[in-house]
Design a protein around this ligand. Structure first.
Ligand SMILES: [Mg+2]
Length: 236
């Protein structure tokens, strides 16, 4: 039986806190691959794709967008290697309620889980494992190496989910869960619903201004979050 609901998770600030190791691994890898970190230390990562972060940090150092694009595959390998080396020393932890929510969704045979994350593809499984998640619970995804704007990612994730499922998900049965305005606005590219959670750098009030379909301080109340994800789809 094909699944009928698609739930797409952001990673940082939504499923887990990486304890600074994402930024640290990025800094090491950018220096290795591009010979400079540019203005990386001044760039906010929240809601952005890793490709976008590279463009912002390296343009002031005179590194052209085309050069960055050519080296993305190499960068993905190098940053994953650095993260693997340092993650054991970082206080990685799941966000409040995230493990319980994923377990509850995984137990629902109508739900397919996936990722829409700004992380390079190589980083996602490393961070997920370190925080206690099984990357195999998220069989499809779109990653920060695949778009310089977050809005480019949901169409990729949806196409992959439809192919994986063998049937198309209705946009009204797709929910994107994230902790930044970028997670909310990127959902517009596929007409998906949005659930915002204020466990990242943005307050509930700041997220509310971007009009998510639902908004939670944390994912702790599994029952209430599940209802917001699934009940809103019942009549569609
Ligand atoms: Mg995030």
């Amino acid at each position: 039986m094909p699944k009928t609901s698609l739930v797409l998770f952001d990673i940082d600030g939504t499923l887990l806190h990486s304890g600074g190791c994402g930024r640290a691994a990025t800094r090491l890898a950018v220096q290795d691959v591009f010979g400079t970190v540019g203005t990386l230390d001044d760039v906010s990562f929240a809601g952005k794709t890793d490709w976008q972060i590279l463009l912002e940090a390296l343009a002031p150092a005179g590194i052209a967008a085309g050069e960055i694009e050519k080296r993305l595959a190499e960068y993905n390998q190098v940053v994953a290697r650095h993260l693997t080396q340092i993650i054991g020393g970082c206080p990685v932890r799941p966000c409040v309620g995230a493990l319980g929510l994923v377990a509850a969704l995984r137990a629902d045979s109508a739900v397919l889980l996936g990722l829409v994350t700004g992380n390079m593809a190589g980083l996602a499984p490393i961070k997920l494992r370190a925080a206690g998640f099984d990357p195999a619970d998220f069989p499809i995804g779109a990653f920060g190496s695949e778009g310089w704007n977050r809005a480019m990612l949901p169409p990729l994730a949806l196409a992959r989910a439809n192919a994986f499922n063998g049937a198309d998900f209705a946009p009204s049965r797709v929910v994107i869960i994230g902790d930044t305005p970028g997670d909310i606005t990127c959902a517009h590219s596929i007409g998906a619903r949005t659930l915002a959670v204020a466990t990242g750098p943005f307050s509930a009030d700041e997220l509310a201004a971007h009009q998510p379909d639902s908004l939670f301080a944390t994912l702790e109340d599994t029952g209430a979050v599940l209802r917001a994800i699934l009940n809103g789809q019942r009549d569609t």
